[in-house]
Design a protein around this ligand. Structure first.
Ligand SMILES: [Fe+2]
Length: 292
């Protein structure tokens, strides 16, 4: 964690924070950590909401210390960012304490593909804008999550290369790396999933509607190919971008503590779990996703 500490007021340059709240940058490219705030379970003060939204736009990821929220109320806390958007399928059950959260449980689902870089719901044109993830059960010393700023990746590009990328269209599919094939074993269920989630096209470089920042909108899980070029050309371009996305300069790694909460802008931030625990180990995270 970086040494710089300041109040939310200093970080955001405007909105007043609750007394005693402190913010620290996690890495230069991405992430802020907030300490000293306790959600009352009812509402987030208006000025703090404005500060948090601005912080998410600028830093991509905000991590809250354990004790900020609970398994029951973290969705109420993060819910101000938008409307809950439950795109999850039959393999992602609801959390027992919280109907607004889904449960990602490594011990119950050995086909989880969350260790491949992705944006949540990135197989849909209307992928959620924000994700909140609550640490429920964390294996000792393992099960971290890595995050990457695809906006920082864009900023690192050679300007001529960036200009070329802006002319390209990418085809995205949930089955680009087997999400449907491996997760939906029942043929009828798989056929329904393919009908519900067909491949779609989008610009390779996108522009954030609020901040105006550009980002490289491809991830290893769901990008199939670049349209109109050869397979080798497409693979090589995507390979360069995937390499930059997972580079130390664009990423940070979060060591979970039970009760911690991570909230991120799911458009410009990609993530992956680190699967460095034994098969069958419980690693349980509660998640909610929201539209803008
Ligand atoms: Fe995810």
């Amino acid at each position: 964690m970086a040494a710089t500490r300041s109040t939310v007021r200093a970080i955001t340059g405007g909105a007043a924070p609750p007394e005693g709240v402190h913010v620290a940058d996690i890495k230069h490219a991405i992430g802020s950590h907030i300490a000293g705030y306790r959600f009352d379970g009812v509402s987030v003060p208006d000025d703090f909401r404005i500060a948090l939204r601005e912080l998410l736009q600028r830093r991509g990821l905000v991590l809250f210390e354990p004790g900020t929220v609970t398994a029951e109320n973290f969705t109420t806390f993060a819910g101000f960012l938008g409307t809950f958007f439950h795109y999850a399928g039959p393999h992602t059950p609801r959390a027992p304490e919280n109907p607004d959260a889904t449960m990602i449980d490594s011990s119950r689902d050995n086909r989880l593909r969350n260790h491949i870089w992705h944006a949540d719901g990135g197989f849909r044109e209307d992928a959620p804008a924000f994700t909140a993830l609550f640490g429920k059960v964390i294996p000792q010393g393992s099960g971290d999550t890595m995050f990457a700023s695809a906006a920082h990746v864009y900023d690192m590009l050679d300007p001529l290369f960036a200009q070329y990328l802006e002319s390209l269209t990418v085809v995205q599919s949930p089955d680009a790396t087997g999400h449907i094939t491996e997760r939906y074993l029942d043929p009828e269920e798989a056929a329904q999933a393919r009908l519900k989630m067909p491949p779609f096209e989008m610009p390779l470089v996108r522009v954030h509607p609020a901040s105006g920042r550009k980002w490289v909108a491809v991830n290893e899980s769901y990008a199939c190919y670049i349209k109109g070029v050869s397979r080798v050309h497409s693979q090589n371009i995507l390979g360069i971008l995937f390499d930059m996305i997972k580079s130390p300069e664009a990423t940070c790694r979060i060591e979970w503590r039970e009760g911690a909460l991570a909230v991120w802008d799911n458009r410009v931030v990609q993530h992956r779990a680190v699967k460095d625990y034994a098969p069958g180990t419980a690693r349980i995270l509660y998640r909610c996703t929201m539209t803008a």
